[in-house]
Design a protein. Structure first.
Length: 309
């Protein structure tokens, strides 16, 4: 099957991302049935040619290929099992592609849940925001994991909305890749915010710092390859240019500068603390890759207290 062969599919969920996906598939010539718990949010897609299903069960019955893009994993179960007050959907013989954001554990559980209901399952992690969907030049792509047969059969349809990257049969791998990349992004954004905060009250305009940040971070990003090599070999001291001891020695400068500028260091403190701990434990000759050893929990280690519900 190719992206140019019309192939009917169903989209469950017409929030910002679900709507973008449905419109992109419609634009590519694929017949699309949509369903949303709040029907009014699906209605605008009718003007683009979508068929609006009254219930999730009706939507699933309309197509063999069913794409879920809902609020969370619980919403997927509620919609398809009928826990939201509707009839449960018959997934027998269906191909379920779940693009709902979730954890690797969610994906593994949902894959088993789908198999028990007679469906093939593919999990996805969308590396894009809605305006990037359906634009070949946007760089948008989706990680997929789970049924290799499902992915191979529907790859053309899936590629009509964004690039595809299949990362393995283990259902949790797409979510794991998604969260790993987003975690790195959030760390970068934390550094950006701290950098801009340091400039508050000075004559340096944020727009003047921005291109310097982009250039600097772009130059630093390839360090990921060196870190990966060190993690794979276990040798954290080979060809070290800036040792952990040297970097830890600079921590007071970061903290004093923040204090002088009236900026909280809370976005940097966890990273700086790990750096100092690793150096103090006798690993000052390493680079920062060895700090991973402080992050990886043993099975007996308690989870840190996090303000997450």
């Amino acid at each position: 099957m190719t992206a140019t062969t019309p192939s009917p599919l169903t989209v469950l969920g017409t929030g910002a991302m679900g709507t973008a996906l449905a419109r992109a598939w419609l634009a590519a010539g694929h017949p699309v049935t949509v369903w949303n718990r709040t029907p009014s949010r699906a209605e605008p897609l009718a003007a683009d040619g979508a068929v609006i299903a009254a219930t999730a069960a009706d939507a699933v019955a309309a197509s063999r290929l069913v794409v879920a893009c809902l609020l969370d994993d619980a919403s997927v179960g509620a919609a398809l099992d009928g826990a939201d007050g509707s009839d449960g959907a018959d997934l027998t013989g269906r191909d379920l592609v779940n693009l709902t954001t979730g954890t690797p554990g969610d994906a593994r559980s949902r894959a088993a849940w789908a198999a028990a209901r007679g469906a093939r399952y593919l999990d996805g992690g969308i590396m894009a925001v809605p305006p990037m969907i359906g634009r070949p030049d946007s760089g948008a792509y989706v990680f997929y994991s789970g049924s290799a047969e499902l992915f191979a059969e529907h790859r053309g349809v899936l590629a009509a909305v964004a690039g595809t990257e299949y990362v393995g049969t283990e259902p949790g791998l797409a979510a794991l890749h998604d969260v790993a990349l987003l975690s790195a992004m959030n760390g970068m954004f934390a550094g950006l915010l701290h950098a801009f905060a340091l400039l508050r009250g000075t004559d340096v305009a944020p727009r003047d710092l921005a291109p310097r940040l982009v250039s600097w971070l772009g130059a630093m990003a390839p360090a990921a390859h060196t870190t990966a090599e060190r993690l794979e070999t276990g040798d954290y001291t080979k060809d070290v240019v800036s040792s952990l001891a040297m970097q830890a020695a600079g921590v007071p400068t970061f903290l004093r500068t923040a204090e002088e500028q009236g900026v909280s260091p809370e976005l940097l403190l966890p990273y700086l603390d790990l750096m100092r701990r690793r150096a103090a434990d006798g690993h000052g000759e390493e680079d920062t890759a060895g700090m991973v050893e402080l992050l990886v929990r043993r099975a007996t280690d308690p989870l840190p207290s996090l303000p997450v519900s």
